[in-house]
Design a protein around this ligand. Structure first.
Ligand SMILES: [Zn+2]
Length: 356
């Protein structure tokens, strides 16, 4: 039964899906491209480093998926698909970091399958190794109707920071992992991404990282001795407070609840809270990817105000906020979404509010 529980546990952890790029003690790959290289990162195994200065909003990598799986796929079937991959791809996948050492399973597998030959038992071991690698490294990718867990040979090498310098952005339907700089990055700097909800309080971030990936983050936001830590903590605390206060007028999607039922004075208070959120989010590069939702929410409030009083300045404010929304969408969400809002912008510019 212990064996069965172990299998079930492995299934459930791999189904939880996640990503991780710690790679202590692994083969030192020399993968490189024009703007990044993979090399040793002190205390973290391998990491991804900029080979030249990279400006904000430039793409760092476009990495095609090496292997894709999904919730509920049978372990053996998953492995069967894996062994059909080209040998080089399989070898590179098996070099990615594991949460648990394959050696831990060896005595269990050999005891559980005493009559199987060495080749069969090694295949079983590889099934577990693959599960560990997926659980530790895979990115969760949302498609139209399902989530998949995908391994990217370069992307999976990016280490974590709670204040990352790159964000995963829309891939324009290519299936690639696209990482974009959220600030200017100097040659030689390590490229980092966040494996968790970066705006969560430090204690929650630490618990999630140590529980799921087994390390204590020492980024400037987590290092209590670092001068950045305290102001950032206060920034996140202020954002959380505004968010908690907004649940009475905003839905889970950040949109105004029951538009058309609010007084002008109430809408002005909502505008103030959006303004404060924008101020806080734009204070730090690692939080800018959240601004689109705030700009869009504030735009809807400005339109609601305009509908109530037809004050020209409210429409002007709405247009400004829609423009900011479009700019953020172009960076993070791709052209298609931005284009639909551009059409709306063109109508609003002519004073046509029939579409909002
Ligand atoms: Zn951290």
């Amino acid at each position: 039964m212990a064996w069965l529980r172990r299998i079930l546990k492995l299934q459930s952890t791999s189904q939880a899906l996640g990503r991780f790029a710690r790679s202590a003690g692994q083969h030192l790959g020399k993968k490189s491209s024009s703007v990044f290289e993979i090399r040793t990162s002190p205390g973290k195994g391998l990491g991804v480093f900029a080979t030249k200065d990279i400006p904000r909003n430039a793409d760092i990598m476009r990495d095609p998926p090496a292997f894709q799986t999904w919730n509920g796929e049978d372990l053996v079937e998953r492995h069967r698909r894996f062994i059909m991959l080209p040998l080089k791809t399989r070898q590179n996948i098996l070099k990615l970091s594991e949460g648990k050492s394959v050696l831990d399973y060896r005595p269990i597998v050999y005891a559980r399958y005493p009559r199987n030959n060495k080749y069969e038992r090694e295949s079983i071991l590889e099934i577990f190794k693959l599960e560990d690698i997926i659980d530790t490294n895979a990115f969760t990718i949302a498609h139209c109707n399902r989530l998949t867990a995908e391994l990217f040979l370069n992307g999976c090498r990016i280490n974590h920071s709670c204040i990352p310098n790159v964000d995963q952005v829309d891939n324009e339907g290519t299936g690639d992992l696209v990482m974009r700089a959220n600030r200017d990055i100097n040659a030689g700097e390590e490229i980092t991404t966040s494996y968790i909800m970066r705006a969560a309080p430090r204690e929650i971030r630490q618990r999630e990282l140590s529980g799921r990936w087994g390390f204590a983050c020492q980024c400037p936001a987590c290092d209590l001795g670092h001068p950045f830590s305290r102001p950032h903590k206060q920034r996140l605390k202020a954002l959380l407070r505004i968010y908690m206060n907004s649940v009475c007028y905003l839905g889970d999607d950040g949109r105004l609840k029951r538009p058309g039922t609010w007084s002008y004075a109430a809408l002005e208070r909502v505008t103030d809270s959006f303004r404060r959120r924008t101020e806080l989010l734009t204070q730090h590069h690692s939080l800018r990817s959240f601004t689109r939702e705030v700009y869009l929410g504030a735009f809807e409030v400005a339109i609601a105000k305009y509908k109530l009083r037809r004050v020209r300045s409210d429409l002007k404010e709405a247009l400004k906020l829609l423009q900011l929304t479009i700019q953020a969408e172009r960076i993070y969400f791709g052209e298609a979404i931005a284009r639909s809002h551009e059409e709306l912008y063109a109508k609003l510019e002519k004073g046509d509010i029939s579409g909002v």
